[in-house]
Design a protein around this ligand. Structure first.
Ligand SMILES: [Zn+2]
Length: 340
């Protein structure tokens, strides 16, 4: 990692020039991955650590000449490509640096076609972010800052401590909420895909290069991302409310599926019917997904009242399946969720 850091941060040196000449550059920070079979072992091993290094770096923008506008993380916590996949798919400047996207008047963005009305809000949001980076410096080059160090300087010690820490963090995974919940296997698989963020909502389709309008099929105004569709969409929230109101808690929705599962699980362990409470996310997500696909592929749609019924029916059948001998109706099943 130390060598990668030097490679990316040092200006000129003989060894850097040698590697540049031999492998070519993938971005302005780092060489291509070494693929030739002979004599490339050392650099290949070093080069493979690059994703780990760059994940822990922030870029301090100078003149914008080294940093890729869409691909690299320089504004906020994620790359602009990840935050605005819809706009990225429209951009004609997919591999430009910041510097190349500027002219004397400011940002010079080129898109393939005029924006649709529902894309305008996204654009405003996007421009608001760019507004914070109005001034590029002419004197300084872009620099990497090593996030674990307050000064932004890389050291082997902080890298080691950091790798230990991320190891324990990433081992947390809400697997019990996925595989230990007694729902049909395909539904559990679906929940798992959601938590992995790989279900083919429109934003994920666009990352694969399929060009679509990315409007949510339910509210018809926001972009369809996994987190929007399954957690935050104002229509989806109506389904969550059924169960949250029954339980009688106040609930603020976490930012992503994994966290939502973790919080739901934590809440469920406190009181009320634990096992049934854990069915709820899968009930909602499966209902939404079926309805969404109907709207997307068959051009048919159900009213919200019908969707609520379908969602409750799933809940009823899964509870029933789990406790077949109890003679219970849906009202008392819902009642059993109430927290004391
Ligand atoms: Zn929506």
């Amino acid at each position: 990692m130390k060598w990668l850091w030097r490679f990316a941060s040092q200006e000129q040196s003989l060894w850097k020039d040698t590697i540049k000449a031999r492998y070519g550059m993938e971005t302005r920070w780092i060489s291509n991955i070494a693929t030739q079979p002979y004599g490339t072992g050392v650099w290949r091993t070093i080069r493979n650590l690059w994703p780990k290094l760059i994940n822990k770096c922030t870029i301090k923008i100078g003149d914008g000449g080294k940093t890729l506008f869409w691909e690299e993380v320089w504004a906020g916590q994620a790359s602009l490509k990840a935050s605005f996949p819809d706009l990225f798919s429209l951009s004609l400047q997919k591999v430009a640096t910041l510097k190349e996207m500027r002219d004397a008047q400011g940002w010079n963005l080129k898109f393939r076609r005029p924006l649709n009305d529902w894309e305008v809000n996204r654009m405003v949001e996007f421009l608001n972010i760019l507004e914070r980076y109005k001034e590029l410096s002419n004197r300084e080059e872009d620099k990497l800052l090593w996030a674990p160090d307050t000064q932004g300087r890389f050291s082997v010690g902080t890298a080691y401590r950091n790798s230990q820490r991320t190891h324990t963090q990433s081992s947390y995974w809400p697997w019990k909420m996925i595989w230990k919940v007694k729902v049909p296997f395909k539904v559990a698989c679906f929940t798992w895909l959601l938590a992995k963020q790989v279900v083919l909502t429109q934003d994920n389709r666009m990352k694969k290069g399929l060009d679509l309008c990315s409007k949510c099929f339910f509210c018809e105004c926001e972009t369809e991302t996994i987190n929007h569709l399954f957690l935050h969409c104002k229509e989806t929230v109506k389904l969550w409310q059924i169960f949250i109101n029954k339980r009688g808690i106040s609930w603020s929705m976490p930012g992503n599926i994994k966290e939502a599962l973790a919080c739901w699980n934590r809440d469920g362990n406190q009181s009320g019917h634990r096992e049934r409470w854990k069915f709820v996310p899968a009930c909602i997500w499966w209902t939404i997904w079926l309805e969404r696909n109907q709207r997307c592929f068959e051009n048919k749609s159900c009213s919200m009242e019908k969707m609520k019924l379908k969602c409750l029916a799933l809940f009823y059948f899964w509870c029933k399946h789990e406790y077949p001998h109890e003679d219970e109706d849906i009202t008392s099943m819902l009642e059993s969720l109430r927290s004391s």
